[in-house]
Write a protein that binds this ligand. Structure first.
Ligand SMILES: [Zn+2]
Ligand SMILES: [Zn+2]
Length: 253
């Protein structure tokens, strides 16, 4: 493997407590990612190891080649308290509607809590949408109801974000809003990428992160910026503003 190929990868974030950037190297994790890619290629499934007999069709990677597009996968190489290497794996967001799958680190929030808020929100959003459709476009009433729907939707998103809590390596816990360094607002999907899932799991399970890498798997994105088997740095809009807090304390372990 040519190391220079991955020289531009960066998994880091600015920590406002330490007033500096925390980061992790990628080299070790990249090697494990290549193993995972070989497995995905051979089995066309994200069932791992002893689960290869698992026949749940939702575990297949077929959908990643549909118009829905591919997924990011990530690996965090860690050390436990006895110095043993522990490999953590994550897929971004959900896989074919599955939130948690054996062998992969769990989602940051409970699916049940999340869906309850979404369903409760839909009970407010759907009648408004139906009403808006009956109103004359751009009339005063229409504008009023469109604004009302926006405000309801903002409230639902705020409630969803409140479910997320991230822990760093000093065992400090923060809400997404408090951990996020970009105060212009938290984009949808923040906390659902591989890096936050992996780091949070390591922090609460007393594992010391050594190396991290993320790659894309599935059909090339329409814009061509996501290619199967290629490694990508943590995203600038959702992850980098979180990683400063989340990586804090790793060096002192
Ligand atoms: Zn991200
Ligand atoms: Zn720090």
């Amino acid at each position: 493997m040519n190391k220079n190929v991955h020289q531009d990868l960066s998994y880091s974030g600015f920590c406002q407590t330490c007033n500096k950037t925390h980061s992790l190297p990628s080299e070790k994790a990249i090697a494990y990612c290549y193993d995972l890619m070989a497995q995905l290629r051979a089995h066309c499934s994200i069932a791992l190891f002893d689960q290869k007999e698992n026949t749940d069709l939702r575990l297949t990677t077929a959908n990643l080649y549909s118009s829905q597009g591919g997924e990011m996968f990530g690996i965090l190489v860690c050390e436990d308290a006895n110095g043993n290497e522990v490999i953590l794996r994550a897929f971004s967001s959900t896989h074919n509607g599955l939130w948690n799958i054996e062998g992969w680190v769990p989602h940051l929030v409970s699916e049940n809590d999340f869906m309850q808020i979404v369903e409760k929100g839909n009970l407010k959003i759907h009648p408004l949408t139906n009403l808006i459709q009956t109103l004359e476009k751009n009339s005063d009433d229409w504008k009023l109801k469109v604004e009302e729907r926006k405000s309801v939707s903002r409230k639902i998103h705020a409630e969803l974000f409140e479910l997320y809590e991230v822990t760093n390596f000093k065992k400090e816990k923060r809400s997404l809003a408090d951990a996020f360094t970009n105060k212009n607002g938290i984009p949808n999907g923040t906390g659902d990428c591989c890096a936050p899932k992996l780091l949070n799991y390591a922090a609460i399970n007393n594992l010391k992160p050594i190396s991290i890498a993320e790659f894309y798997w599935g059909r090339t994105s329409p814009s061509g910026d996501k290619i199967e088997g290629k490694f990508y740095s943590s995203c600038t809009d959702k992850c980098q503003p979180l990683l400063g807090f989340m990586m804090c304390g790793i060096k002192d372990l």
